[in-house]
Design a protein around this ligand. Structure first.
Ligand code: SAH
Length: 460
C-alpha cells in the first residue's frame, strides 16, 4: 500500500520539514500491524515527493482473529484502509496536527499538493469518491481496476488508483485522508468506541460540519453504529464551533446576563414546576437539561420521584453533575436522578415511560429542518402524558437593553418565534400526534409584545 504526497511549492524540499522526515533518508517505523517506511523518490527544489509505504503483515492480521476465509483471502495488506489512517496518525502526527518547529508558518500555508493512493477501495464507486473530495476543493482523478484482467466479463472492482490535487495546508490534506480513507473503505480494523467520535470531531474540525456528505461520512466513520453516529451528528449539527462545550457554557452565561435583571430563569422554573404539579407528573424527563437548572429544583422538591436529564453536550452534563453534587443529597435522594447523554433528534428508548417531559429553552437550538425529527421522537415515540415546551418570544426582544447576539438572545439560537409562530407550530404538533395544547406566558406581560418567555402545555 503506497501513499505519495508531492508538492511543487518552492523550495519543494521544505516538505521534509513539514513531515519531520529528512528527504535524504529512508526511515522505517514498527507499528502493531506491520511496518511503515517513509522515503523520497524525488527531492529537488522544484518538485518533492514523499512516499509512505505501508507493509501490513498478513500473518499478524490472521492472529488477530476473524472468520477463516476472510483471514486468508483479504485485501487488507494491499489497499488503503484504516491501517493507513493509523500510520498517518502515528508516523506523521506532527504534520497531521499542523505543527512544524522549523517552519511554523508554512505548516499553516496553502501549498500545491498532489496525493496519490494506490490502491483505494471505494465502496460507493467513483461517484462517492468525488462526493467526498470535490466539495473540499480537490480535483480528483480515478483509474478503476478490473476484477481480473484475464476475465474482462467479470467487470470492474471497487479498487481505484486515485490522485487528489489541491492547494491547501499539508495538515488539512492529512486530516482529510485520515477521515475519508476509512469512510471510502467502509471498514475498520479495530473496535470503534466512544473515543472515535472525539477523533472524528478533532480531525473533521473546520470542514466536516459544512460538508454536504457529513451524515454519510459520520455514519461510515463510526462503522454504522447508531448510538455513536447520532451523538456525533448531533454535536456536529449543534455547533460549528470545535470547542463546542465551552462555547455553549459562555453562551449560556450571555443569555442569562440578558435575562437576569428580571430573574426570568427563576420565573421559568417556577412556572414549569407549577405546571408539572398540576399535571401530577412525578416522573419527569428534562430534555436538553443543560447544566441542570431545572433538575436541581426538581431534586430539592420531594414531590418528584424520578428525574432524568438528557443533553447532547457531555460538558454540560459534567457541570450539571457537579452542581447536583453540591446539593449534598442523601443516598435515597440520589436514587431519584440520572443524567444521560443523548440527542433529541434520534429515537431513543430511554426517553419513554415518563409522566412528563420538559423542553426548556431548547427547540430554538435545533436546526429548523431537524425539528420534525424531534417532534416524532418526543410526541410519537416517547409519548409522555404531559409535555412542557418553553421558548423565547421574539416580540419581547425590543425590551432588552442590549442583545449580544444581535437580534436573538443567544448566539446559538437558530430561530426565535413570535407568539403566533410558536402557537401555530404547537397547534400543528398537537393535532398531528393526538395531544391538546394550551399556552401560558412566563415573566411580566407587556400589553403589546407579550411576555419574554412563552410556554406550551401539551396533554395526551
Ligand atoms: N434546559 C436548560 C438548557 C437550555 S440550553 C435550561 O433551561 O437551562 C439548550 C440545551 O439544549 C443545551 O444544553 C444543548 O446542549 C442542548 N441541545 C441542543 N441541541 C440538542 C440535541 N439535538 N439533543 C440534545 N440536546 C440538545
Amino acid at each position: 500500500m503506497l501513499l505519495t504526497i508531492t508538492t511543487t511549492h518552492s523550495p519543494a524540499t521544505e516538505l521534509g520539514y513539514l513531515l519531520h522526515k529528512h528527504p535524504d533518508r529512508c526511515q522505517s517505523f514498527a507499528l502493531s500491524f506491520g511496518k511503515a517506511h517513509i522515503f523520497y523518490p524525488e527531492a529537488s527544489r522544484e518538485k518533492c515527493t514523499a512516499a509512505l509505504l505501508l507493509d501490513v503483515d498478513p500473518v499478524k492480521l490472521v492472529r488477530g482473529g476473524g472468520t477463516r476465509l476472510k483471514q486468508y483471502v483479504s485485501d487488507r495488506p494491499y489497499v488503503a484502509s484504516s491501517f493507513l489512517s493509523v500510520a498517518i496518525a502515528q508516523v506523521l502526527s506532527t504534520a497531521l496536527g499542523g505543527r512544524c518547529k522549523d517552519l511554523p508558518e508554512l505548516a499553516q500555508t496553502p501549498i500545491p499538493l498532489v496525493a496519490k493512493l494506490s490502491v483505494l477501495p471505494c465502496r460507493g464507486g467513483e461517484e462517492f469518491l468525488r462526493q467526498l473530495f470535490e466539495p473540499l476543493g480537490y480535483s480528483v482523478s480515478a483509474e478503476g481496476h478490473s476484477l481480473d484482467e484475464k476475465f474482462p466479463d467479470w467487470g470492474q472492482s471497487q479498487y481505484f488508483t486515485v490522485e487528489l490535487q489541491h492547494t491547501l495546508p499539508l495538515s488539512d490534506l492529512l486530516s482529510h485522508l485520515y477521515v475519508l480513507i476509512p469512510v471510502l473503505d467502509d471498514d475498520k480494523h479495530y473496535w470503534v468506541g466512544d473515543e472515535e467520535i472525539e477523533k472524528l470531531l478533532r480531525h473533521g474540525e473546520g470542514w466536516l460540519t459544512t460538508h454536504p456528505a457529513r451524515e454519510q461520512i459520520t455514519r461510515r466513520y463510526l462503522k454504522r453504529q447508531q448510538r455513536l453516529t447520532r451523538l456525533a451528528l448531533a454535536q456536529l449539527i449543534e455547533s460549528d464551533d470545535p470547542d463546542l462545550d465551552s462555547a455553549e457554557e459562555s453562551h449560556a452565561k450571555e443569555e442569562a446576563a440578558v435575562e437576569k435583571p428580571m430573574s426570568l430563569n427563576q420565573q421559568r422554573m417556577d412556572a414549569v414546576i407549577a405546571a408539572l404539579k398540576q399535571s401530577n407528573a412525578k416522573r419527569v424527563i428534562d430534555l436538553g437539561c443543560g447544566q441542570g437548572n431545572l433538575l436541581k429544583m426538581l431534586l430539592k422538591d420531594g414531590f418528584f420521584e424520578q428525574i432524568t436529564g438528557v443533553d447532547v453536550s457531555y460538558r454540560a452534563l459534567e457541570v450539571a453533575q457537579e452542581r447536583l453534587d453540591r446539593l449534598r443529597l442523601t443516598r435515597n435522594q440520589w436514587e431519584r436522578v440520572q443524567l444521560i447523554q443523548g440527542a433529541l433528534t434520534y429515537q431513543d428508548k430511554r426517553f419513554s415511560g415518563y409522566d412528563a417531559a420538559t423542553v426548556i429553552e431548547v427547540i430554538e437550538h435545533l436546526d429548523l429542518p431537524r425539528l420534525g425529527a424531534f417532534e416524532r421522537v418526543l410526541f410519537e415515540f416517547a409519548q409522555p402524558k404531559t409535555v412542557l415546551v418553553t421558548t423565547p418570544n421574539i416580540e419581547y426582544n425590543i425590551k432588552f437593553e442590549k442583545l449580544p447576539a444581535g437580534k436573538l438572545r443567544h448566539q446559538d439560537h437558530r430561530f426565535e418565534w413570535t407568539r403566533s409562530q410558536f402557537q401555530n407550530w404547537a397547534n400543528q404538533v398537537a393535532k398531528s400526534f393526538g395531544y391538546t395544547v394550551e399556552f401560558q406566558p412566563i415573566g411580566t406581560e407587556d400589553p403589546e409584545v407579550g411576555s419574554p418567555t412563552q410556554m406550551g402545555v401539551f396533554k395526551r
